[in-house]
Design a protein around this ligand. Structure first.
Ligand SMILES: C[S@@+](CC[C@H](N)C(=O)[O-])C[C@H]1O[C@@H](n2cnc3c(N)ncnc32)[C@H](O)[C@@H]1O
Length: 215
């Protein structure tokens, strides 16, 4: 399911959409609705975990990558359901191999369906993570956090329109699944947002192939 909040319909509109997305989601909503400020929480969290070989799943407009001091030898692979998001973020897709960091930032709350149907994503992405790599992510929760008036209005409207699918998303279901798949998991809640870091991917007992869940 594509996130229409950051879907870019036409490349000629990129500048406008980037401006609107950055203003509304990255600026206003993060600070006042989700109470998880971009500048002091999300950007440092992302930068701390970014490695030289990074896979960004659900890259959107590429805001966080654009706000990191990427060097020429950084290898960044971008994955998104939305082709125009990839072009806006100037991505390279299809790169193979293991990554030292993989991000799932603001992706899980955009996926529709029960939380239990989202968590197989962790098992899928861990197969693409190097032994010393880190899976990092952030997602707006619908359960177990207190939403303020603004946040509750947004969450109701976005779920009704199918932009978000997070009414039943709780820290527990994501953290339990991360612990099943990784030996070292750190989770914290900032405002209404779960931030997670997972290291030491557990070996897959099924030994299955890498398959990304795309919807
Ligand atoms: C809310 S944006 C997040 C953008 C960015 N990661 C951030 O933190 O600002 C979610 C992005 O995930 C993409 N997306 C949604 N479902 C996806 C899926 N199943 N697989 C890959 N990308 C997906 C959307 O197209 C959108 O670009």
């Amino acid at each position: 399911m594509m996130c229409r909040l950051c879907c870019i319909p036409d490349l000629s509109l990129i500048q406008t959409v980037l401006f609107i997305y950055d203003f509304w989601v990255i600026g206003i909503s993060n600070l006042y609705a989700w109470r998880c400020p971009t500048g002091t929480v999300l950007v440092p969290f992302f930068n701390k975990n970014l490695s030289k070989k990074h896979l960004d799943i659900g890259v959107g407009t590429g805001y966080f990558l654009a706000h990191d001091d990427l060097k020429e030898d950084n290898q960044v692979t971008l994955v998104d359901l939305n082709k125009n998001s990839l072009e806006a973020a100037n991505g390279r897709i299809g790169k193979k191999g293991k990554y030292d960091s993989i991000s799932l930032c603001y992706l899980l709350h955009c996926m529709l369906g029960p939380s239990e149907e989202k968590v197989p994503l962790f098992a899928n992405v861990k197969r693409n993570l190097s032994k010393r790599g880190v899976l990092l992510g952030s997602t707006i929760l619908g359960q177990g956090v207190s939403h303020n008036w603004f946040g509750q209005r947004l969450i109701n409207a976005y779920n009704k329109k199918g932009l978000f699918g997070n009414v039943m998303d709780s820290r527990r279901v994501f953290e339990d699944s991360l612990r099943e798949n990784f030996g070292d998991v750190e989770c914290r809640v900032e405002g209404a947002v779960l931030l997670f870091e997972a290291r030491r991917p557990r070996r897959d007992s099924s030994g299955g192939r890498t398959t990304f869940q795309t919807s």
